[in-house]
Design a protein around this ligand. Structure first.
Ligand code: ACO
Length: 321
């Protein structure tokens, strides 16, 4: 059998750091550093500069993943970009990154599943590698959610940040490493709890993010715990014996609630939400890369990735790094 092995990983954050205090001090919002830290665990987030687009962040993350893998872009045969904040309605952000990487062979396209986009992408990439259709896939999660925030709404604008992360998956035979199992789910009935109120076909505008945070929170905890259990069970693995959990970084309280339900030790759970806030499809590879680079996640370790987001969509993936 052919497995999808992680050859390289990289991430990129825009230079500008926005501290919690700026929401009250600069934007005049009725909020505080203390409220944001206590309710979300977020301390700061990175914000893309004017003119700095999703493809730009994704391109830099891709370069770092190539460097980590010791590979050149010529070796890739597919580029997938998980994003809900593309540079333009079309062409896809993936083809823009393909061009910037200096290649014109293979294929490139975007995947849209909001905060679960990276999990949908890994599910798709693994299937394309297992089937023999592709050999080396660059999967990027890249977002500029700062562009779709209502900066007057304290209930949403404090929660998000910009960034990108990327992995390279390679078809490998006779190995125990790489993707072991992945599961994705969606349920469109909760659309009104989390959506963007504009788009090319409905309004002809870009729109702003709208969320009923409290309701989303409850669904997130239940669905994330459920899909982690399903993914582990279908892979024949006991949840607490998995070495590392790399969750979507939306809110520290969601991470803690899920860990409690699954009886995980806090040290098993990678958290970057305090520094990055919620970067949607970029959050999982950003957190994963941070834990690889600081030496926590090592080659041979088992890792459970998970995410939950607009749609609703959710997903989990068990792999050996
Ligand atoms: N500063 C101060 N007060 C605030 C702020 C703020 N930034 N935001 C909201 N409040 C107020 C509310 O107005 C409300 O006031 P009221 O009681 O007078 O009406 C009060 O705080 C409590 O509001 P809740 O919404 O009940 O607060 P909660 O503890 O649920 O925290 C939060 C809100 C942080 C949004 C939380 O619900 C959350 O993180 N939800 C999940 C978000 C999420 O995970 N999204 C995931 C997917 S994202 C994606 O897919 C794009």
């Amino acid at each position: 059998t052919i497995r999808s092995v992680v050859r390289g990983i990289g991430s990129y954050l825009p230079e500008r750091v926005m501290e919690n205090a700026e929401f009250a001090n600069e934007l005049g919002l009725d909020t505080s550093d203390e409220w944001i830290r206590e309710r979300t665990g977020i301390k700061r987030r990175h914000i893309a500069a004017e003119g700095q687009t999703t493809s730009d962040l994704g391109y830099h993350a891709a370069l770092r993943a190539l460097e980590h893998a010791g590979m050149s872009a010529d070796e890739l045969d597919l580029i997938l970009v998980a994003t809900s904040t593309p540079d333009l309605t079309f062409p896809s952000t993936a083809t823009m990154i393909q061009h910037r990487l200096g290649i014109s062979h293979g294929a490139a396209f975007d995947v849209q599943a909001v905060c679960s986009g990276f999990l949908y992408g890994i599910h798709l990439a693994d299937a394309l590698i297992s089937s023999g259709a592709h050999k080396r896939i660059m999967l990027i999660g890249a977002e500029t959610f700062s562009r779709i925030l209502d900066w007057d709404d304290r209930g949403t604008c404090v929660l998000f940040g910009d960034g990108a992360g990327a992995i390279i998956l390679e078809a490998t035979a006779d190995t125990q490493d790489g993707v072991i199992h992945s599961v994705i789910r969606s349920d469109g009935s909760h659309r009104d709890m989390l959506y963007v109120d504009g788009g090319p076909s409905a309004t002809g505008t870009v729109g702003k993010l709208r969320m009923l945070g409290n309701a989303v929170f409850k669904h997130a905890v239940t669905d994330i715990a459920g899909i982690i259990r399903t993914c582990a069970e279908e892979a024949g693995q006991d949840v607490p014996t998995i070495d590392w959990f790399v969750p979507h970084q939306a809110n520290q309280r969601i991470l803690v609630a899920v860990a409690r339900k699954l009886k995980l030790r806090p040290e098993q759970v990678i958290s970057t939400v305090s520094e990055h806030a919620n970067t949607s499809a970029a959050s999982v590879p950003l957190a994963w890369d941070a834990a690889v680079r600081d030496g926590r996640i090592k080659r041979g370790d088992t890792v459970m990735l998970e995410a939950f987001g607009g749609g609703f969509t959710w997903g989990a993936c068990l792999l050996r790094y």
